[in-house]
Design a protein around this ligand. Structure first.
Ligand code: 8OZ
Length: 363
């Protein structure tokens, strides 16, 4: 039986987590009509309620914010009703859950956009990547640059999503500012060629992230507002800035000033090597006054090492939580883990979603 810090309670804002694990946000593409969470999501998340903090799969804040088929939204009342069942079921099991708020920006396809229009981004630069629509991998569409006059409306979409999240009973929200999606498209120089107040200098490229963080905090409280960043991920054709350290140090200072409750950091290349590019995460850790959540490629040994060094407060596990609903219990007793089945990650039903066995069942 492990006595690691990982299994100690930890306070985030006004909630006390039963341990220091988080379930990372994981896209599963199983939403039903109207981009409402699948009824199976109630089981899926509540099966994993022994995680300290559950973070839902990325959920678009508007139709414009969607980039893949069958991802859930948090912009209609029907979606709120679907999510409420998830949040209630997790709470009934004593768990805690934040919803991840997502706008994909240019990582989209016109067939998903309002009136079949172009996806939006900081600038009209097409990503060299594919998305999954109409049951196949397809090149993303050419985007158009968001007009300056559209930015207040975009921020309103984040505010509405945050209000909806509170109405659905979530403990808070996580702003998705990672993995090459809209907010990162604004932050990175390679995808932002704007000449207005949102482009050019580090301060200008960081402006949208900080305005969204401030708007969401004002809407539901900074103690309920977390954010996820990925300073050096190449995900979704995001070129790594020469000045990534300066950029993300600056962003982190701004987020800390807004008193966001947590900073969730994808350390390294999302789902890949943790050391793909030089970056000093301890700088972010030191600058940020709230909770620091570390993610990417963690196993028990690395989690214990990082917590013992006080390099993070919480450790987020992704794929291990897909295949192990009782991941926390398994880590505690040093049990073997089920291997995740990649073929059932995206789309489908209960198979590979709610049917992974717990230790109690497997025995
Ligand atoms: C995998 C497939 C589709 C989307 C991310 C939301 O990378 C995602 C995502 C992951 O943040």
């Amino acid at each position: 039986m492990s006595t690691s810090k990982l299994f100690e309670p930890y306070k985030v804002g006004n909630i006390t987590l039963s341990n220091r694990t988080a379930m990372a946000p994981l896209t599963r593409n199983r939403a039903v009509g109207g981009f409402v969470p699948n009824p199976l999501a109630v089981d899926y998340y509540s099966q994993r309620a022994s995680a300290g903090l559950l973070i839902t799969e990325a959920s678009q804040i508007s139709q414009q914010g969607q980039g893949y088929q069958d991802t859930p939204g948090i912009y209609t009342q029907e979606q709120v009703a679907g999510w409420k069942k998830v949040a209630d079921a997790v709470h009934a099991k004593g768990g805690h859950i934040f919803i991840q708020l997502w706008h994909v920006g240019r990582i989209s396809h016109s067939s998903l956009q309002p009136n079949g229009g172009k996806p939006v981004s900081a600038s009209a630069i097409t990503a060299k990547t594919k998305t999954f629509v109409n049951n196949s991998f397809t090149d993303v569409s050419e985007p158009r640059a968001l007009e300056l006059a559209e930015i207040p409306g975009l921020i309103d979409d984040y505010k509405r999503a945050a209000r909806n999240a509170a109405e659905a009973g979530f403990d808070g929200v996580e702003i998705h500012a990672a993995n090459g999606y809209l907010l990162e498209q604004f932050a990175r120089a390679s995808t932002n060629k704007r000449t207005d107040a949102y482009g050019g200098s580090i301060e200008n490229r960081s402006k949208l992230i900080l305005e969204v963080a401030q708007a969401v905090s004002k809407e539901i409280g900074s103690d309920k507002t977390g954010i996820r960043i990925s300073p050096v991920t190449p995900a979704n054709d995001a070129a790594i800035d020469d000045d990534a350290q300066k950029l993300f140090d600056y962003i982190t200072d701004g987020l800390s000033a807004e008193k966001l409750v947590y900073l969730h950091v994808v350390e390294g290349a999302t789902g890949g090597p943790r050391d793909n590019a030089p970056f000093d995460y301890t700088s972010l850790r030191k600058r940020f006054s709230g909770t620091y959540i570390a993610n990417n490629g963690f196993d028990l040994a690395l989690a214990e090492k990082v917590l013992a060094a006080d390099a993070a407060d919480l450790i987020a596990f992704g794929k291990p939580f897909i295949s192990n609903p009782d991941l926390v219990e398994r880590l505690k007793v040093g049990a073997a883990l089920n291997e995740p089945d990649k073929a059932t990650f995206y789309g489908g039903g209960a198979k590979g979603y709610t049917d992974y066995p717990t230790l109690a069942v497997a025995k």
